[in-house]
Design a binder for this molecule. Sequence first.
Ligand code: PLP
Length: 419
Amino acid sequence: MHVFERWESEIRGYSRAYPTVFASARGATMTDEAGRSYIDFFAGAGVLNFGHNNPRMKEAIIAFLEADGMIHSLDMATTPKREFIQAFVDTILAPRGWDHRLQFMGPTGTNAVEAALKLARRVTGRSTVVAFSHGFHGMTLGALACTANQYFRNAAGVPLQHVIRLPFENAPGGGVDALRQAACAWEDPSAGLEPPAAVVLEVIQAEGGVNVASREWLHAAQAFARHHGALLIVDDIQAGCGRTGSYFSFDGMDLDPDIVCLAKGIGGFGTPMAMNLVKPEHDRHWSPGEHTGTFRGQGISFVAGREALRYFEDDSLMGEVREKGATMRTALQDLAERHPAHRFAVRGRGMMQAIDVHDGALAKDVARRCFESGLVIGPCGSGGRVLKLIPPLTIERDQLDRGLAILGDALDAAIREAE
Ligand SMILES: Cc1ncc(COP(=O)(O)O)c(C=O)c1O
């Protein structure tokens, strides 16, 4: 670790939590330079939905490289880009009857959120955005203004403005009625509230502690947006792309977002890509090249991302996700029941499941023990008190079971020692 400690910025985070040097990875297994292997329940924070070095994608990328394919092209028209777009339309948009346009931008999630906010403000001519407590939308200033976590906000160095934050469904003061009442405040002409440009939300707040919004609450948020002429922006950057057992986290809920932000998993291989789905009536407000970026789509990501879309041509992977998700949930519930005095809460959907141990120090200790026993797992939520499980969707069942057993043993041991 010497090179990292000597030369890399103080900002480094995960290399402190997982203090080893990883050398290779395949599927849901990461191997360090000492030859020790770890089961990956973190999947690059939701990037590696299809596993490390997915063989189908690797093969397609190698063929693409050998053919001297277009690796970089700004946003010029290229063969891999056309194949990705067409596959996305055929596999994801057409079955849902959607006509959204695909906007590419710089390749990280925060870029997608920035573009969505900019467009919503352009379309409505307004500046205020409604976001929610515990929401996480990225680190650049516009997205950071929507991100709730104070630790991240404190690093901004400038006021983070033009966002009004309401409580998320399961937060103190939250809930469907609370959201409806809060929304009523805008009805009062003397409330001093500017009509909003957008309502931006995660259907499942991933970094915020795996808080799952109900269909009813989401519809209340959508109704609020519609009533005030604001755009509904769904940030599906971590919960989308198959994580919950369907392509979008809101599939089957009859939600009608104006903009959907996607990133992380859509590049398929761990290669970066971000993309917004934008209703055409909003998209026409952009002028050519107005929201630019050097890496607006990238050849290898298009090739791997196109392969990833094959997993959505039928229901076999999504069926597996729902089954494996149920296994994860049962294991966490058993764990919570083993320690009734602690009143641990289990939350999640599909293969994003979590156990809230209500104590950041305990969660950190459990994650450390897991790491020592060969499992990579990341805490999230307020003070890091929630252990979030997001293994690759393609993880083998026996590996999933082994990982869950390691987690169970680690939590049992951490509690025993603390008592
Ligand atoms: C829901 C959500 N939105 C936005 C982001 C920001 O993405 P990135 O870190 O790629 O900028 C994240 C990252 O974790 C996220 O989970």
